[in-house]
Structure formats: C-alpha cells, structure tokens
Design a protein around this ligand. Structure first.
Ligand SMILES: NC(=O)c1ccc[n+]([C@@H]2O[C@H](COP(=O)([O-])OP(=O)(O)OC[C@H]3O[C@@H](n4cnc5c(N)ncnc54)[C@H](O)[C@@H]3O)[C@@H](O)[C@H]2O)c1
Length: 349
C-alpha cells in the first residue's frame, strides 16, 4: 500500500496536535508520513520542522506544489480555510480541514464543488463524532432502542477569559473575535461541535431560531453566548444553550440529552452519564471515561478510507450542515423570524 504524504498547515495548538497525531500513526506502522509543515510564522516553521524531522515551508504555494504531499491538513485560522483548501484541490491534493470548513456558505459550497470537480476527498474535522459514547448513542437511536426520538437538549457551557483567549497573543488578536476572520463567535468556533453532533444524530435541519449575546467579552464584537431552537426534518425538536461565559472553569461541560418515548440517554464530556430506557439495561462499561486522541482516530479513518478509495462520511456536504445552522441563528437574529433551511446563500453569505 502506498504511503500517504501529509502536510500540516498552521502550527497553533491544534496544528501541532495534527502533526503529533500523524507522527504517532507513522510510529504505529500506518502508511502515512508527515512530509512538511507550514506556517506564516518563520520561527514556528523552523521549530516544528526540526522537531518532526520534515520539510518546513514558509509559503503555502510550496506545500501544494510538493509532489510528495498527497493530503493537506489545514489548521490555520477560519478565514483562510476555504482559500487554502480550494488551492490545494486545484493541485489535485486531498484536503482535511479544521472546523468550521469556511466562514461563508458561498465559500463552503465552492469547496464542495471543487472537491467533486477535481475528484479529490474533502474531509472536515468534527472529531467528537468519534467518541465511543456518541457512536453508541447514535447506534441506540438508529436501532430504535429509544423508540421514537422527539426531543434533544444540547449544551456547551465553557469558560474562555478575554485575556487568555481573544487577547492571548498577536496571533489570537490577528483573527479571533472578528467577523471578518472568525466569521462569528462561540457558535462558529465552539458550539458548532455540538451542533454537528445533533446533525450526526438527527440529520438535516428544517427550521432554526435563536438569540445571541456578548455577556463578558467586551473587547470583541462577536457573540459569547447563544440559545437556539432547531427543528429537524425527521421531527426531532432540539434546543441549544451555549456560552463562553460559564463559571467556574473547572465545572465546564458539554452535553447532549436525547428523549425518546421509551426513555432518555445523556452523554456529557465524552461519556454516558445517564441511560434510562424501558427494557434496556446498559452495560456498566458505557459509563467509563476513556481518554482518547480523537483527532488521531478521525485521521486514521480518513486515511484508511482514502487508501481503500472509499468516501469519508464527514465530507464537505455533511460539514456544510452545521455551518448552515450557525448561519441560520445569525439570520434569525437579524430578521427576527425563524430561518428556513436550506438558506438562500445569496442572502446569507
Ligand atoms: N477540532 C477542534 O477541536 C479544534 C480545536 C482548536 C482549534 N480548531 C481549529 O483549528 C484552527 C486553528 O486554531 P488554533 O487554535 O490552533 O489557532 P491559533 O491561532 O492558535 O494558530 C493558528 C496558526 O496558524 C498560523 N497561520 C495564520 N495564518 C496562516 C496562513 N495563511 N497559512 C498558514 N498558517 C497560518 C498562525 O501563525 C498560527 O500558528 C481553527 O480553525 C480552529 O477552529 C479545532
């Protein structure tokens, strides 16, 4: 089997996790090789190219023109995802890009079109789908263990201080907390994870309403808190409560609670916290916490499917859905009317 050449673009905390995960896969004998890293900060390129014993590029053009690179792993700030992904796909590279795939629906559509037209794979990183408890919850729903699922509550209550997050350093201040570069706030960057899980569990949304606020981050003008109601085509009604103003930090959580006519189940912070379903006795192991590198798990799945010529389930079309729900909340906020999905992309970019 051909060894897949990988390049990581953007060497912030998460880009380093990409590189670490790829190196671990490499060590485990998986047929992948980290060929190059790239960033706009020369010092980071030098440091990490040396650490990972790979090529270091200061210019993106060099990544896409490197014949040893088969897949570009994009971990740069949100606003460059689409441009970098499209350029790589123009050069016939496969792309795996961090969430959100893009900051506008129009550019997300262009990415999807480019992948199709050029016959390359486009994967988006929603690694929480790979949590065992989440996969088990999906299986329970799909098998009808809860019978008819009619409602869900999703929450993501996190703490990010202004100084420690939005204003942390020059890099953070260059793109976080601005509509032009982050494309939104908590919904676009953090809550989109649980929105994606709702999409994973319940499929396509039909209508969305919501409110956003900035509660405790006056230095930025994006939202740090949001509530939303999402009506799914399959009939499930879901609520979302989410914030970066939650306190105290040591009690932060994200949670999904699913209600069926037969009972309910709840996943919180990567494990089941409750399952109470008529005629169903869950194994104790379902409640055990497992510390896993979910990025690595997702990469392994993406790369295996690539080797086998199979589709990756979190492709552009699938990742578009959570982005569209985020946009629908902003749209509903502006128009003060529920937003129908699909959104008209010429209206809501
Ligand atoms: N899946 C997850 O759980 C998860 C977690 C954290 C971040 N992310 C995503 O990863 C991306 C990066 O987040 P981060 O927290 O590492 O950001 P960061 O600001 O810490 O790092 C971004 C890095 O990209 C570099 N960069 C800036 N412009 C670039 C360009 N044009 N080309 C190449 N590199 C460039 C910066 O110099 C910096 O090193 C974001 O889109 C974010 O949403 C995902």
């Amino acid at each position: 089997m051909k060894t897949i050449g990988a390049a990581v673009v953007g060497l912030g905390a998460i880009g380093r996790k990409h590189a670490d995960s790829l190196k671990e896969l490499e060590k485990e004998g998986f047929s992948v090789r980290l060929v190059a890293v790239m960033d706009v900060l020369k010092s980071r390129v030098d440091e990490y190219a040396a650490r990972y014993s790979c090529k270091g590029y200061y210019v993106y053009d060099d990544v896409v023109k490197d014949p040893e690179v088969d897949v570009v792993f994009i971990a740069s700030p949100h606003h460059v995802h689409a441009q970098q992904a499209i350029y790589a796909m123009e050069y016939g590279k496969h792309v795996i890009v961090e969430k959100p795939m893009a900051i506008t629906l129009a550019s997300a559509k262009e990415m999807i079109d480019k992948a199709r037209k050029n016959g390359v794979k486009l994967g988006v990183i929603y690694q929480r789908r790979y949590i065992d408890a989440v996969q088990k919850l999906k299986e329970m729903i799909d098998r009808g263990v809860l019978e008819r699922v009619f409602m869900a509550e999703a929450s993501l209550m996190w703490f990010r201080s202004e100084e420690g997050y939005y204003l942390k350093d020059e890099v953070a201040r260059s793109w976080r907390g601005m509509w032009s570069t982050e494309g939104g706030g908590l919904l676009m960057t953090q809550a989109i994870h649980v929105i994606d899980l709702l999409v994973y569990l319940f499929g396509d949304a039909e209508e969305v309403y919501g409110y956003t606020e900035n509660v405790s981050h006056p230095a930025v003008n994006v939202e740090d808190s949001a509530v939303a109601i999402i009506k799914f085509r399959g009939g499930v009604l879901a609520t979302l409560s989410s914030s970066l103003s939650f306190y105290p930090p040591d009690k932060q959580y994200w949670r999904i609670r699913v209600f069926g006519v037969n009972g309910f189940a709840e996943v919180e912070n990567e494990t089941f916290t409750q399952i109470a379903i008529k005629g169903y006795s869950p194994e104790q192991t379902l409640f055990e916490r497992k510390k896993e590198n979910l990025h690595k798990k997702l990469f392994k799945d993406f790369l295996t499917r690539l080797q086998e010529g199979k589709d990756f389930p979190i492709n552009g079309e699938e990742a578009y859905k959570s982005l569209e729900i985020v946009k629908a909340v902003y749209y509903a906020m502006t128009t003060k009317k529920p937003a129908k999905i699909p959104l008209e992309i010429n209206v809501v970019i």
